[in-house]
Design a protein around this ligand. Structure first.
Ligand SMILES: Nc1nc2c(ncn2[C@@H]2O[C@H](COP(=O)(O)OP(=O)(O)OP(=O)(O)O)[C@@H](O)[C@H]2O)c(=O)[nH]1
Length: 232
């Protein structure tokens, strides 16, 4: 059956709205604007029904195995309401404070603990993020907790690390309008630890430097010297 054949299910109705708008709905895209009131619960039920079929195809006795009987429902809730909620929930609201003192010094927030999942195997990515900001007099300033909330919203999607930090840098840049923004992420990828090559010492570290952090090597060095990255 093609995606468009059965629009009795909620995912199909949501997908149709997105397609009509011409927007993308990749694994790391937020689709909250296309989800109507009450539909998320229905989506959980739909995902649970399909996950139950997956367990049946894995030849697990979901009717008699007391430990697995509710697994499909648990995993569906986990995906939609927890680990991938950054796709389905709107952006957290940000309380903005004007930069009344015209602060223009380097500010660093981190390490922020982040949890994501790779889009290839849906295995966890567990890591830390540091955010550097060089505000200007027109920038908005946020309470510290909001950096963690935005990072969590961006990370709670299946994706690759390189794209995750670009998305985080874009979102923060749009909201803060600073002279420069830097994001560094260091993370463990469980698709490498738990399975596959089973190398549990390797981290992935990457960075995005924008504006003043890109153009001013002294500022970039100051930021990098103030964050504490781990060696493998
Ligand atoms: N660049 C990048 N690669 C990632 C990330 N997360 C996982 N990967 C890698 O993406 C690849 C997944 O694609 P394939 O090589 O087709 O998958 P596979 O055959 O199961 O690969 P193995 O893990 O080597 O068994 C693996 O090499 C993963 O280690 C990420 O955030 N960034």
């Amino acid at each position: 059956m093609s995606h468009s054949d059965d629009c009795t299910v909620i995912s199909c109705r949501i997908r149709k709205r997105i397609e009509t708008s011409g927007k993308r709905f990749f694994a790391n895209d937020n689709i909250s604007e296309f989800i109507q009131e009450g539909e998320l619960d229905g989506l959980v039920d739909e995902v649970a029904r399909k996950l139950r079929d997956v367990l049946v195809s894995l030849v697990i006795d979901v009717d008699k195995d007391h430990n697995t009987a509710q697994t499909a429902e648990r995993v569906a809730r986990m995906y939609v309401q927890e680990v991938f909620r950054g796709r389905y929930a709107p952006r957290p609201s940000l309380t903005e404070f004007p930069n009344a003192e015209a602060l223009n010094e380097l500010m660093i927030v981190g390490p922020i603990t982040v949890r994501s999942a790779c889009s290839h195997h849906l295995c966890p990515i567990m890591g830390r993020v540091w955010i550097g900001i060089l505000p200007n007099s027109g920038s908005n300033l946020f309470g510290l907790s909001k950096y963690a909330r935005i990072a969590d919203w961006i990370m709670a999607r299946p994706q690759i690390q390189e794209e995750a930090i670009v998305r985080l840098a874009d979102t923060l840049s749009d909201a803060i309008a600073p002279d420069g923004i830097a994001v560094v992420m260091q993370a463990d990828h469980f698709c490498m630890h738990w399975r596959g090559v089973k190398d549990d010492r390797t981290h992935m570290t990457n960075s995005v430097m924008r504006g003043a952090f890109l153009n001013d090597a002294t500022l970039r060095r100051e930021f990098l010297s103030l964050i504490r990255l781990e060696s493998p």
